[in-house]
Design a binder for this molecule. Structure first.
Ligand code: ANZ
Length: 838
């Protein structure tokens, strides 16, 4: 009987579902293991094979941990509030909840087709009232703790979307997701005080097992700077404080600069200068922060007519305003030290202001501002001291004379928490007649009906769709019954994903967000798998909420995610004409390495890009599964390269996986008929080595290497004409996390009554796995690219499989076709690939 994945796979998927095999018991004698995927936004496009990479990897780990004897929590849900659904609702005139439901159905079906072990009884969507009731409840905890406030703040207003956006959502003056331009405005908004947790968010990074890169991104995002605050007396006004990281350079402060938004600007400006100052302030207000801080832009500013006194040398220095000083950072005012700061240097040159060096540059230095190390000069009592020592001495002097103090500042801003949209969690606050803010006592606070007429209003002014629902807006104060109004903002999409991992622990609890004992049992998440794009937004917000919940005594751990893994992205070939229009692969053809459209023969640029709907280069899982099977798809997704690396998708590449599974099937057939087979000593050794390696590689998520080891084993087993029943039984269990359907089928054929899903992970005997090893030089087109340690006598296929799993070899092959392979046993493997096209 040949291997037929389609029948096997649908059969086992049905059996697993019917027997509730993925259900996770709340209580168990087994130790717990919580493995979580970053849950998706259920868009209208469904999942493509790029999305599946992380889900498959985590599923392999979940199945492995299950076999290792853990009670594994592996849930899935939907991050379903958000803009795209709301916009689709506007276009199709359907309720967003309907669209969400439909999209979730597609996603779920696709996930089940791949054999993912999610416990669907724990499923929820962030837009379910039974879920967002608790998101609102957590918001009220933040409100009670004084961590949620309404403030007038400069915001990123996006006219096209009719809403404000968080700083994190804006880059180069446009909304990251859609490219719509964003402008600055002052608006009254809900802010969450994430800055109050800056130090803990930094310090606790040391306690989690996360990729260094992500930790570094968070550290930079929080951006802690140590330095000093120094008080400068402004003539006829009073003191204004600056923040500096270089108090040692105070003797070189030859002018003073304030942000155009600084509250004292109007008062200190002399009448003669006020017209010019006002004009400058207005102009700066229209510019984005990104443009203002662009170091390459020519510096601009205006003199206010005021003078300040440098506290170190009592010099009288002019006060300017300039847009390169931002109000949201430090104190919004700086002492300008052109000798050591390039921005200040540029400004001094332009406005003809004095420059004094206070750090001695090396002799060969011929630049402008000198930012490096060196002894202090022109600085009285600091002269001769190195930078660090000089900073310390200056702070001592400032504190001793009441002229300043040591200070820390952060780049992190508070979290802008209001959105003027419909499809989000309503903010559960009631505004009383005298400006009082009262929490909503009756949760969930549901959304009113959507008013389609309201969409048109969006084009004009800041406007929230909830304002149109007057019956909903008008209410009474819970205490006094006086007439009052509901808040008309909704929460940003990041709210629902900031605590969902806690709800999976106890998703159907009607009384509490989660049960205390269950939380203690399951937290923290042992392994969290998702994309690096969430390094600063979601992962920082969720850590912040978790710490607040910890302070409320509601969770038992200080961090939510113990180990984090970022899977790489899947790329594929896209086709675009020079007007920037994309074409589907079905619409193009190739001639001599050049691409054309089928109709009209337009020349196309073809390149490898991130797989995405907008680039017309996505591959859907359904046809791939129909042709090759879900097990081949699972193997291919993790065999494409190291899990953390980006990889290029080639659907034809799945035939290699399919052939491997054919060989597994064959191995079973030739072994099972000769039930009495015994293994050679070599094969037994290889088996134990395989168990050892695959186990180790699973622990470190080197899934591609694990798969190549499984391939090596099967090749050898077939070369030897089959294996013993005991060896088959062990091998099938090793294969089961990767290719669960075929494994279940073969496991049953071996006469097992239980699922391989629940079978124990095989042990290996270290004494049996040792052997003679050799080092093989791997070349790509004759150039040495790697040295591999292999079993002596390994055949060409095995060495090749190991070589192709090596990251440096893969890098040199890229997506080029392998033309031939030259193998000198125990010595060299030379892989010859096609030269790149011109
Ligand atoms: C004097 C000085 C001398 C500075 C020197 C730097 C070098 P980081 O490291 O990013 O924290 N600064 C302070 N507040 C600012 C604001 N609101 N807008 C723009 N710039 C501001 O940078 C801190 C330094 O950036 C501060 O130290 C200040 O310039 C400037 F040789 O003060 B410094």
């Amino acid at each position: 009987m040949p291997y037929d994945p389609n029948t096997i796979e649908s059969k086992w998927q049905k059996i697993w579902q019917d027997t509730g095999s993925f259900r996770v018991p709340a209580k168990s004698d087994k130790p717990k293991y919580y493995i979580l995927d970053m849950f998706p936004y259920p868009s209208g496009h469904g999942l493509h094979v790029g999305h599946l990479k992380g889900y498959i990897a985590s599923d392999i780990l979940a199945r492995y941990q299950r076999m290792r004897g853990y009670n594994v929590l592996h849930p899935m849900g939907w991050d379903s509030f958000g803009l795209p659904t709301e916009r689709q609702a506007e276009r199709d005139n359907l309720p967003p909840s309907e669209i969400t439901k439909r999209n979730i159905r597609t996603f779920k079906k696709q996930m089940n087709l791949v054999g993912l072990t999610y416990d669907w009884e724990r499923e929820f969507a962030t837009s379910d009232p039974s879920y967002f009731r608790w998101t609102q409840w957590i918001f009220l905890r933040l409100f009670e703790m004084g961590l949620a406030n309404e403030t007038d703040v400069p915001v990123n207003w996006c006219p096209a979307l009719g809403t404000v956006l968080a700083n994190e959502e804006v880059k180069d003056g446009v909304y990251i997701e859609t490219g719509d331009p964003v402008e600055r405005r002052i608006m009254r908004q809900w802010m969450l005080k994430i800055t109050a947790y800056a130090d803990r968010l930094l310090d606790d990074l040391d306690t989690v097992d996360w990729p260094q890169q992500v930790k570094e991104l968070q550290r930079n995002w929080i951006g802690r700077s140590e330095g000093a605050e120094i008080f400068f007396e402004i003539e006829g006004y009073g003191p204004i404080t600056v923040f500096t990281t270089r108090p040692d350079t105070l003797f070189g402060a030859t002018f003073f600069v304030m942000s155009p938004e600084h509250p004292a600007v109007e008062q200190i400006t002399t009448p003669a200068r006020s017209d010019e100052v006002r004009a400058y302030v207005e102009k700066a207000g229209r510019m984005s922060e990104i443009d203002r801080t662009d170091v390459t832009r020519e510096k601009t500013g205006v003199f206010t007519g005021a003078y300040a006194t440098n506290p170190a040398n009592r010099e009288r220095i002019p006060v300017y305003i300039a847009d390169y000083v931002l109000m949201g950072y430090g104190t919004g005012a700086i002492m300008a030290v052109p000798g050591q700061d390039q921005r200040d240097w540029d400004f001094a040159e332009k406005y003809d202001l004095p420059i004094i060096r206070t750090v001695q540059p090396p002799e060969d230095f011929d630049g402008e501002a000198y930012v490096g190390e060196g002894p202090a000069i022109n600085s009285a009592f600091l002269d001769g001291l190195e930078v660090e020592e000089a900073k310390r001495r200056m702070i001592e002097w400032l504190e001793g004379n009441g002229e300043g103090r040591a200070a820390v500042t952060y780049r992190l801003r508070d979290w802008l928490f209001s959105r003027q949209r419909y499809w989000g969690e309503p903010i559960p606050i009631i505004h009383g007649p005298n400006g009082e803010l009262e929490p909503e006592t009756n949760l969930p606070l549901l959304l009113p009906e959507r008013d389609p007429e309201g969409d048109a209003l969006r084009d004009h002014e800041p406007f929230s769709p909830l304002e149109r629902a007057t019956d909903w807006v008008n209410t009474t104060l819970p205490g006094t019954g006086e007439p009052a109004k509901r808040d008309t903002n909704v929460m940003p999409q990041w709210a629902g994903s900031s605590w969902y991992y806690l709800r999976f622990i106890d998703p159907n609890n009607q009384r509490l967000p989660w049960d205390e004992a269950l939380e203690e049992n399951w937290m923290p998440v042992d392994l969290y798998v998702g994309g690096i794009e969430h390094a600063t937004l979601h992962l920082l917000y969720a850590r912040f909420w978790h710490k607040v919940l910890y302070d409320c005594g509601l969770v038992s751990t200080t961090e939510p995610f113990q180990r984090l893994f970022n899977q790489g992205m899947v790329h594929s070939r896209s086709y675009r004409d020079n007007r920037g229009r994309y074409y589907y692969p079905e619409q193009v053809y190739e001639k001599d390495g050049v691409w054309f459209t089928k109709d009209g023969d337009v020349l196309l640029n073809s390149r490898i890009e991130k797989m995405s709907k907008s680039r017309y280069n996505i591959v859907r899982p359904e046809p791939v599964i129909r042709e090759y099977g879900a097990d081949s798809l699972r193997l291919y997704e993790v065999f494409m390269g190291p899990l953390e690396a980006n990889a290029i998708w080639h659907t034809e590449g799945l035939s290699g996986m399919r052939r491997f599974l054919d060989r597994v099937w064959h191995m079973f057939e030739i072994s099972n008929v000769h039930e009495t087979l015994t293994d050679s000593e070599d094969l037994e050794r290889l088996l134990h080595q395989t168990i050892e390696k695959v186990t180790r590689d699973l622990e470190s998520l080197r899934l591609n290497v694990a798969v190549s080891q499984l391939m090596i084993f099967v090749n050898e087993a077939n070369a030897q004409g089959g294996v013993s029943i005991d060896t088959l039984s062990r091998f099938i269990r090793l294969l089961a996390p990767f290719a669960p359907h075929i494994s279940e089928e073969l496991w049953q054929a071996l006469g097992n009554k239980e699922f391989v899903l629940n079978a124990p992970w095989p042990d290996f005997d270290p004494d049996k796995s040792v052997e003679k090893e050799v080092t093989i030089a791997v070349q790509v087109n004759g150039k040495l690219r790697a040295r591999l340690t292999c079993r002596s006598g390994a055949d060409e296929d095995s060495v090749k499989a190991a070589a192709l799993a090596d990251s440096s070899v893969r890098r040199h092959i890229e997506d080029r076709e392998v033309e031939k392979v030259i193998h000198v046993p125990d010595k060299i493997l030379n892989i010859v690939v096609k030269r790149p096209r011109q």
